[in-house]
Every structure is written in structure tokens, then in C-alpha cells.
Design a protein around this ligand. Structure first.
Ligand SMILES: [Zn+2]
Length: 286
């Protein structure tokens, strides 16, 4: 299928990106026809492919809610909410892949909206699989790898510490461009306006990419000699960092920097198992 990045800037038609399975070979996988896969087989594949168990992440990564035993259709979304779960159920998906799941390191009673979310999934027999840091960091389908590829970033090195690991990427653009041109380019990629804190030199070339909440990575960017940090969401307490460390920070949106991973992962599942998929676009504007 086409690169999901190329589809991303169009803000409207993203809800309707269902893909028909297009088997690339006639070999059955584990005696199952392409276009369907046993849930436990799929979960094992995802856990292994993403290295799900190897991150000290607050997110309970992996299968968070067990639904139907056979997966024929996949939905992907950044967040888990009643809306995304219901949209997934309405689309006929057997599995919803998300970046932000329902469980974050605390025991949580099944009351109020949390109960409604869980109930929505259970009533639809929908599986919910969450991949947080593993999907920021993954070298093929990770949010940061996908953004770095879209910007043709070269000489890549690990960057952006989270939970004891580097989940982002630093690298060099093929040519220097003005901060404004760079922000425009990012805006074309995400379809949303960026917030720019121009604390560094007016040319962008050495870039750090850290999807989501990366505002705290300015000191690390400065220590690596990067001129610009591209991240998702600003944080007030880090406002002065950009100007005092002398690093530009381009905030492209927490949501908008994290659409890439789930989309690429769903596309990867299509490639591997022939499962049709759909991206459920529920932007937060943050
Ligand atoms: Zn996030």
C-alpha cells in the first residue's frame, strides 16, 4: 500500500482509509488464510515485533482488553476513548490498536468513563492493544522513525530519553532551511499549525525528533549540538529552556506527532497478515 505518511496531510478523508487485503503470496500462514489471524498469534507477533515487554513504561503495553479470538479487521487510533472504541466497533474492527491505552500504572476502578470505555470494548467483543513507548521508539514503524523518514533526516542517532531509554532520533536535514520554512514543512506533514519558539540560530539543520511530550528534551538537544527540537506538546515549565539553551523548538502537536506510529503499524499488519485496516482520526488539537 502507499506510504501512510503521504496520506496524512489531508485532514478530512482519513476516517475512510479502509484497505482491502491484498495477498502478496499464496502461502498460508500457520494454516490460516490471509485476511484473518488468531488473536493470540497476532498478539504474540505484535509483542515480539514491538519489543513490548522491554520498556519500563507507565503504560500497560500489550493486549489491554481481550475480545474476539479471530482478527479479520483492524482499526487504529492515537487515543482510547468511548468515541474511538465505539468508532472501532462500528467499523466492524476486531482489534483496536492505540498509542495511548486505558491503563497507566495505577489501579483504576471500573467506574464512570473508565467503566464506559471498558464496557464499550467488551460489548463489541473488541480487542484493545496499546503500544506507547515501544511505538515511539520502533525503528521501522515508530512515530519518530516515521517523522525522521518523512523529513529525510540522515546520520541518525538515538535521542530523547524516556523511562531510561532513548525513544527519539537526532539527525541532519539534507540541507539547512530557515526556521520558518522548516515549520511550514512540518505543517504540511501534519496538516496543523506549529507553535515555534525560536531560541536558536535562524537556520535548521541538526534536528532532534521526539514525538508527544518532548518539551523537556531541550537540554539534551543542546548537549548534542542540535539547533532545533521537533516535538509535540509545549509545557509551561520548559518555556525558557529554548531561549536559555539556544535551541529552536517546533511544537507540532502531541496528537499530530503520534498519528504516524499506529498507522504504520496497522499497515505493517496488513502486509504481514492481509488484514484490512482503518485509521480513526479523532484529533485533540493538543
Ligand atoms: Zn503520547
Amino acid at each position: 500500500m502507499t506510504d501512510p505518511l503521504s496520506q496524512h496531510p489531508a485532514p478530512q478523508p482519513r476516517d475512510a482509509q479502509s484497505r482491502d487485503a491484498q495477498p502478496r503470496d499464496a502461502q498460508p500462514r500457520d494454516a490460516q488464510p490471509r485476511g484473518e489471524v488468531d488473536r493470540d498469534t497476532l498478539v504474540r507477533w505484535l509483542d515480539e515485533y514491538l519489543g513490548t515487554g522491554s520498556y519500563a513504561d507507565l503504560s500497560l503495553n500489550g493486549l489491554q482488553i481481550e475480545g474476539t479470538g479471530v482478527i479479520r479487521r483492524v482499526a487504529a487510533s492515537v487515543d482510547t476513548s468511548v468515541k474511538t472504541l465505539q468508532s472501532a466497533a462500528d467499523s466492524g474492527a476486531d482489534l483496536l490498536l492505540v498509542h495511548h491505552g486505558l491503563f497507566w500504572g495505577q489501579p483504576l476502578a471500573l467506574r464512570g468513563p473508565h467503566r464506559t470505555r471498558v464496557r464499550t470494548a467488551l460489548m463489541a467483543d473488541l480487542n484493545l492493544y496499546a503500544a506507547h513507548l515501544p511505538l515511539d521508539a520502533h525503528p521501522e514503524v515508530g512515530n519518530n522513525a516515521m517523522i525522521a523518514r518523512a523529513l529525510s533526516l540522515g546520520n541518525l542517532q538515538p535521542f530523547g530519553e524516556a523511562a531510561g531509554r532513548q525513544i527519539g532520533l537526532a539527525g541532519e536535514l539534507p540541507f539547512a532551511q530557515s526556521l520558518q520554512d522548516f515549520a511550514d514543512r512540518v505543517q504540511k506533514l501534519t496538516g496543523e499549525i506549529c507553535l515555534v519558539h525560536g531560541g536558536g540560530i535562524p537556520q535548521v539543520q541538526r534536528l532532534g525528533v521526539l514525538s508527544g511530550s518532548g518539551a523537556g528534551a531541550v537540554a539534551e538537544a543542546a548537549a548534542l549540538g542540535l539547533d532545533t527540537l521537533l516535538t509535540g506538546e509545549p509545557e509551561h515549565k520548559h518555556f525558557h529552556d529554548a531561549f536559555e539553551y539556544g535551541v529552536n523548538v517546533v511544537f507540532a502537536g502531541h496528537y499530530e506527532t503520534e498519528v504516524f506510529g499506529v498507522r504504520a503499524l496497522a499497515a505493517r499488519l496488513e502486509e504481514e497478515f492481509g488484514l484490512p485496516w482503518q485509521f480513526l482520526h479523532h484529533p485533540t488539537g493538543l
